[in-house]
Design a binder for this molecule. Sequence first.
Ligand code: MN
Length: 227
Amino acid sequence: MAGSGETFAVRRIYCVGRNYAAHAVEMGHADRAPPFFFTKFADTLVPSGTTLAYPPETADYHYEGELVIAIGADTFQVTPEQAPDHVFGYACGLDMTRRDIQLGFRDRSEPWDLGKNFSQGAVLGAIHPASEIGHPVAGSLVLKVNGVVRQDADLADLMWPCADIVAYLSRFDRLAAGDLIYTGTPAGVGPVVPGDIITLTIDRLTPVSATVGQPHQAVQASLPHQE
Ligand code: MN
């Protein structure tokens, strides 16, 4: 958490699918639709500055720069007007994606968990309390790879703003302190390779960065030998 040195105990990670019109188009969708969600295990989360092992079974490992909502209180069936009172704060995040795996499952109408929910698949920067920075409804979002701008958007272009996302999701389940919601990425997603440095800046927030590393080596079983 920015400025306090305290840590935010992450409970669950939700992510919004396409939430910027231009990214929806680049992914092959034309119209605004209700938001949809997918999830990542809490232990896929790593802090800013992590070197991300290039993940297995992909040849198309993508960054997605996103504003992240940190829920701070019990949240169930709230309205968009009530939603901000349930938000602790906001952060910069990277929703790392094995695009080829995601699209392969998507094209077969099968769940694409393995394209999204994998070790080190969620990178998070410092969380800034809403009590200090307010509730962002506009502001620039810029993602660079090796210093070159790849995503350049404004939070005002979110089809479903933060308050709407929290309210909508809270219709379906009870949210609680520690839940994170990655709010979706704008146009300009693309691949990274080992050695690349990804940096995301969003107005008023501490930037998040990550370096793409080499793949992990295969690990031999380490359970005690059974006779
Ligand atoms: Mn995303």
